[in-house]
Design a protein around this ligand. Structure first.
Ligand SMILES: Cc1cc2nc3c(=O)[nH]c(=O)nc-3n(C[C@H](O)[C@H](O)[C@H](O)COP(=O)(O)OP(=O)(O)OC[C@H]3O[C@@H](n4cnc5c(N)ncnc54)[C@H](O)[C@@H]3O)c2cc1C
Length: 371
């Protein structure tokens, strides 16, 4: 028997659950997820950083609009989901121009720091390896699971449904609705939201649409013990050539080589070679000898051709809505993105908190890639 709804969301990561939660305020929503639980892919593998000066203009607008929602406490997010951390950006010799550009583009939210000031924040830095830096005090840690669970509670409270173990394998438009085939059943709705992360172009193909050209890119991370050094108050740290970054994580360091290797969508795993290079770059700047790593993982950061989100109805067919290209910012921008999806679908408009940030419909529309 076919289950019908107003809107079917494909993908149960942060994007799909967040959009589903906002849409469920006034629509009957079902989220279809292939895995046995939500958040298994990119969402469950992030570094959990909230950094307003990360990414291009659209990402910054969505992230800034997200902050207010992330700071609000209510029945869905009863406990704080942001925690103070800060981020230190350091220039190695030859990277000064990139640092100056970053600081100049931050509207005063990144301040200059000397190497001595940076060493006060991270005492095990090697000062001879660095020239100068910038510090963004308002960068935060995020509780990714709590954010996802809050969206999940909101969706359920509104009568929405998450159907896990339902891999979408067919999409057909007939009689004014999308008919969706999965290995768990059949569904239909006038609107489908494509929030399938690394698989968004695959989903478009099932609907008979040519791909937009998304690039899933692997990123590796590792947990490194620090042999008794108290690193709990250290900020997140990166160098301007992005050869590595680190942040405190449960008394240890999360170190990433910041790799970005384009791959086919798959269940990603760590790239050991990239990790070795990242740890080598880390060792040139930080006086910690990494003799072992405790845990490694990989995940996919999926970018559109201009690296900004794609949010809007596809002009080539009826009722096919893209919520895609979250890249390396899909958690910090999730509230803003979900708000925009609901605004465009329900009100055919950009919601005020996003319009105030300067976000336009055209800057995120799929039309920009469809000539
Ligand atoms: C190492 C790493 C560090 C990161 N750090 C940060 C960070 O600090 N801050 C930040 O904001 N972001 C970060 N990100 C990026 C962030 O994790 C992603 O942007 C975000 O999780 C994307 O969410 P999503 O819902 O689009 O994708 P996903 O979480 O991958 O969800 C997509 C879902 O669609 C499902 N799906 C696919 N095909 C089908 C189908 N046919 N049928 C049904 N379901 C399907 C998949 O099973 C999957 O669950 C990081 C990413 C990585 C890998």
């Amino acid at each position: 028997m076919t289950r019908t709804a107003d809107i079917i969301v494909i993908g149960g990561g942060m994007a799909g659950i967040g959009a589903g939660a906002r849409l469920s305020a006034t629509s009957d929503v079902i989220v279809l997820e292939r895995e046995s639980q939500p958040g298994y892919h990119s969402t469950g593998r992030s570094a959990a950083m909230f950094i307003e000066n990360y990414g291009g203009p659209v990402i910054r607008q969505l992230t800034k609009a997200s902050r207010k929602s992330l700071e609000e406490r209510n029945e869905f997010w009863p406990d704080p989901v942001l925690g103070p951390r800060g981020v230190l950006y350091m220039a190695q010799p030859g990277e000064e121009d990139a640092l100056d550009e970053l600081i100049a583009g931050s509207d005063g939210s990144i301040g200059h720091v000397t190497v001595a000031e940076a060493c006060e924040k991270v005492p095990l830095l090697k000062p001879e390896a660095l020239v100068r830096g910038g510090y963004e005090p308002d960068a935060e840690d995020m509780d990714v699971n709590a954010i996802l669970m809050g969206f999940r509670r909101l969706l359920k409270a509104n009568g929405g449904e998450i159907a896990c173990s339902n891999e979408v394998s067919g999409l057909e438009r007939r009689d004014g609705a999308w008919h969706v085939t999965t290995d768990g059943g059949t569904y239909s709705a006038a609107i489908v939201v494509n929030a399938a992360g690394a698989w968004v172009d695959v989903i478009a193909g099932l609907a008979g649409l040519d791909p937009i050209g998304f690039a899933p890119c692997r990123r590796t991370a590792a947990i490194v013990p620090t042999s008794g050094v108290d690193i709990s108050s250290w900020p997140t740290f990166t160098v301007m050539n992005e050869s590595f970054y680190f942040k405190p994580e449960g008394g240890k360091l999360l170190v990433s080589p910041a790799d970005e290797t384009e791959v086919e969508p798959h269940d990603a795993f760590a790239d050991d070679m990239a990790l070795a290079e990242g740890i080598d770059a880390f060792g040139k700047v930080v006086d910690i000898e990494v003799t072992r790593v405790e845990h490694t993982w990989g995940g996919l950061r999926t970018f559109s051709p201009d690296r900004a989100h794609v949010i809007g109805f596809d002009p080539r067919t009826e009722g096919f809505f893209w919520f895609a290209g979250q890249g390396g910012y899909g958690i910090q921008s999730a509230h803003g993105g979900a708000m925009l999806v609901a605004g465009l679908i329900h009100d055919n408009d950009v919601p005020a908190p996003l319009a105030e940030q300067g976000l336009t419909r055209a800057s995120v529309a799929p039309d920009r890639f469809l000539g």
